[in-house]
Design a protein around this ligand. Structure first.
Ligand code: 3PG
Length: 393
């Protein structure tokens, strides 16, 4: 392998015995072995003779039972026996946590793409966003009630205070959900998500002006491409619709509050876990939205619209409705399981990356006409969210 180091302390075969691994780790200091840094732990043997480090062995599950460690040896020049066996360990808990969040994120994005496709298919045939929003919440509530009743999931222990804390979250969730669905009933899925990629700008503005939080200048500067990119995309959207645009903007604002309140609520009092937290949120949101859905759209319009959709699409339409409702619940449930583990900021960044997959897949599936300048606006906005994430770190 790869590099040598100088040695000032003991040499010879006894070295390893005399210095247990832990001691070696403390002797090996950062900054001198930059290439031996796969685990963010650097090792240095101080010295008077050069040392050579052998290739790592035992790295990865095929070679070792321990996928999070690797071993290599330090040799003096000209010796064939290792002077120092070096064992480098990842922080297992950290690695497991990262893997878990990675799985959550991938599942969340995949479920979200499926939801968006079926949601738009349903809305194209049945343009009643209040009812479809209500059905998504009803499906989630039903799934969780059945899971609790059959012990698939452990029911949460809640008290009145829990529901009081949940109320503002549920109001924000309901508004954000209905607003996004109204938006998608009026404009292309990709357009709604391009505007929704501006969510970090809303996070900063709300945190700054309503919560008094301050940010470094770089964070404010990173908002320029986000806002500029969204504005460029909106100005050049071929099928621009004001209700669709405003729906996405209102959804952004509502979801910023939802995420802030949720995180606070999840940290306050007894934890019910991300899955049960989202289950309770669905139920409370369902109670909030139902009277509004009846007032705004109502059963008579729904009955006529349903018949139209069935005659246009056939019985598959019912499966589309089921799919959009169930996938809505599933992706949100997984996203809440992620939120339980990460900060609202990381959540918001994950959410923006999710939008890239939704935008690309929906453009392909619905063959959305897209002008290059419009795509440029989307790319600028999304790049802005990455700059924002760097600036916030
Ligand atoms: C909804 O209906 O709640 C939205 O489509 C979800 O938007 P999100 O992508 O921000 O979760």
């Amino acid at each position: 392998m790869a590099f040598s180091a100088n040695q000032t302390y003991a040499t010879g075969p006894k070295f390893a015995e005399n210095f247990p691994k832990k001691t070696i780790s403390t002797l090996l200091k950062p900054h001198n072995f930059p290439t031996l840094n796969p685990c963010k732990k650097n090792y240095l043997l101080p010295q008077h003779k050069p040392l050579y480090i052998s290739s790592a062995t035992g790295f990865g599950p095929a070679r070792t039972r321990d996928p999070f460690s690797m071993r290599c040896n330090a040799y003096e020049a000209g010796r064939s026996q290792p002077v120092v066996p070096i064992s480098i360990g990842f922080d297992r808990e950290e690695a497991a946590q990262k893997a878990k969040i990675g799985v959550y994120f991938a599942t969340w994005w995949a479920l979200n793409v499926v939801f968006n496709i079926y949601n738009k298919k349903v809305l194209n045939a049945f343009p009643f966003p209040w009812l479809t929003s209500t059905l998504s919440l009803a499906a989630g509530s039903l799934i969780m009630l059945v899971s609790w009743a059959t012990n698939i999931a452990q029911p949460p222990e809640t008290d009145l205070q829990f529901w009081k804390n949940l109320l503002p979250v549920a109001v924000a969730h309901t508004i954000g959900h209905v607003a996004a669905t109204v938006s998608m009933s009026k404009v292309a899925v990709s357009f709604t998500h391009i505007i929704k990629s501006g969510e970090p700008a809303f996070t900063v503005l709300v945190s700054r002006f309503l919560m008094g939080e301050t940010f470094p200048l770089s964070v404010y500067l990173s908002l320029l491409p986000i806002i500029g990119g969204c504005a460029l995309s909106a100005a050049t959207e071929l099928n621009f619709n004001l209700t669709g645009f405003m729906g996405a903007m209102v959804s952004n604002l509502a979801f910023v509050f939802r995420n802030i309140f949720s995180k606070r609520g999840m940290m306050k009092g007894k934890s019910v876990g991300g899955m049960n937290y989202y289950a309770c949120l669905s139920m409370l949101s369902l109670l909030i939205v139902t009277p509004f859905a009846i007032a705004v759209e109502g059963p008579q319009l729904w009955a006529v619209g349903w018949q139209n959709a069935l005659s246009q699409i056939g019985p598959n339409f019912i499966w589309w409705v089921v799919a959009q409702s169930v996938f809505y619940h599933l992706y949100n449930q997984v996203s809440y399981m992620s939120l339980n583990e990460i900060s609202p900021l990381t959540f918001s960044i994950g959410n923006t990356m999710k939008r890239i997959s939704v935008i690309v897949v929906s453009i392909i599936i619905f063959q959305t006409p897209l002008q290059p300048i419009n795509a440029l606006g989307a790319a600028i906005a999304i790049s802005g969210t990455f700059l924002y994430s760097q600036a916030k770190q």
